[in-house]
Ligand binder design. Structure first.
Ligand SMILES: NC(=O)C1=CN([C@@H]2O[C@H](COP(=O)(O)OP(=O)(O)OC[C@H]3O[C@@H](n4cnc5c(N)ncnc54)[C@H](OP(=O)(O)O)[C@@H]3O)[C@@H](O)[C@H]2O)C=CC1
Ligand SMILES: CC(=O)N[C@@H](CCC(=O)OP(=O)(O)O)C(=O)O
Length: 349
């Protein structure tokens, strides 16, 4: 539980009433060196966090109240700000906070700073980015592939949930040149409904989702270019699906390779041998194995007949896919042990 007696890192959460904000609040309760000093929401301004999220009753959040967002107050009273806003809404806020306090550490959950260039962002997201001067201050926050860069930067672009599962599943094969480019890489992913955020629209009502599942954005999803850029690929065939569960992403990834199953497994094991949050499995993992945690469970095998490497990668979309990863990034930029507060295991059933 949070220790409020010591010299803690002061944390604010912008957009704390959504799914990632709520999960961040939950996970931060396990962090010994953090104090949540403010949390913002427009809808719930003035309401107690424990009224909006009754599961936090009797937690250290009893006196915490959702506030309106005041940039000066947030930037001056915090060491770290987690920005949990939708993409397009985040970049003006990140810009403003950085102007008020250029030393402020900001971890942005949106897609607004994930690409290397503003041009690519504007092409994929279809809006003009008005904070392009910040790009050089930003690191892409996937620690397992970008840790050294993250250590040097004040602003972290937390990756998308699908990209986290797919990049971690493919990276060892890609950097070891195990992928034969004569066949496309195919990533077929299934996500729980929290992936869509805590908004109400017809497509996300109970009867539309329950007992059924569907593919979507088949002709092009905004995460495909993010995945391609970080893996240095010209393209990837990515098909997301929405499945009737609250949390979790399971990605099944196929690539042509001439390497044997044993060799693939040996290479993945070697690549991730020092990565606490990557668990290589001997059997295909389930989303419930990682629910509520910062783990990414990966299973590697090969279809010898078709010469296809197959990787199954599972994460919790609001854990390693968002709030857990954001805390991992905070630990890195604050100089804390990387897993501090994150050794939380799944409830499983
Ligand atoms: N859900 C997931 O699995 C993942 C989400 N992400 C990213 O994290 C971010 C947050 O996602 P999530 O928590 O799911 O989203 P939610 O829709 O659940 O929450 C969004 C939050 O932002 C606030 N908000 C919404 N629109 C605006 C706006 N225009 N200006 C200011 N505040 C706004 C809302 O509160 P209020 O309306 O009360 O102000 C709410 O607190 C997004 O960028 C998302 O893409 C990244 C990885 C995984
Ligand atoms: C199920 C579902 O709708 N998922 C979202 C991705 C959520 C996410 O994490 O992506 P960003 O951080 O880039 O928003 C989608 O397909 O757009």
């Amino acid at each position: 539980m949070q220790d409020t007696s010591g010299p803690n890192v002061k944390v604010s959460i912008i957009g704390g009433s959504g799914y990632t904000g709520a999960e961040l609040l939950r996970l931060l309760l396990f962090h010994p060196l953090v104090e949540v000093v403010s949390v913002t929401s427009r809808q719930f301004e003035g309401q107690k966090v424990t009224e909006v999220f009754p599961h936090f009753s009797k937690s250290p959040y009893e006196d915490l109240i959702f506030e309106n967002y005041y940039p000066d107050k947030v930037a001056q009273n915090s060491d770290v700000v987690f920005c949990c806003l939708p993409h397009k809404a985040a970049f003006p806020i990140v810009k403003e906070l950085n102007e008020v306090n250029p030393k402020l550490k900001i971890i942005d959950f949106s897609a607004d700073f994930r690409f290397k260039s503003v041009t690519k962002y504007e092409e994929v997201y279809g809006v003009k980015h008005t904070a392009k001067e910040l790009f050089e201050k930003v690191a892409y926050g996937l620690p397992e592939i970008n840790r050294e860069e993250i250590k040097k930067k004040n602003i972290i672009a937390n990756p998308g949930c699908y990209p986290t599962s797919i990049i971690l599943g493919l990276y060892p094969a890609k950097v070891n040149n195990l992928i034969d480019p004569s066949f496309p890489i195919i990533a077929d992913s299934k996500s729980g409904v929290t992936g869509a955020g805590r908004k109400s629209s017809l497509a996300f009502t109970y009867c539309e989702i329950n007992e059924s599942f569907k593919a979507y954005s088949i002709e092009g999803h905004r995460h495909a270019p993010e995945i391609a850029e970080k893996l240095d690929l010209t393209s990837i065939r990515f098909t997301p699906h929405l499945v009737p569960m609250n949390r979790g992403i399971l990605s099944t990834i196929y690539f042509k390779t001439n390497v044997t199953k044993e060799e693939l497994r040996r290479i993945y094991k070697e690549f991730y041998k020092n990565e606490y949050f990557i668990r290589l499995k001997n059997n295909p993992p389930k989303t419930s194995d990682v629910a509520g945690t910062n783990f990414c469970d990966i299973y590697v095998t090969k279809d010898e007949e078709n010469n296809l490497g197959i990787v199954i990668s599972v994460i919790d979309n609001i854990g390693k896919g968002a709030s857990g990863q954001a805390i991992q990034n905070m630990n890195i930029i604050c100089g804390f042990p990387e897993g501090m507060g994150l050794t939380v295991f799944s409830q499983w059933i």
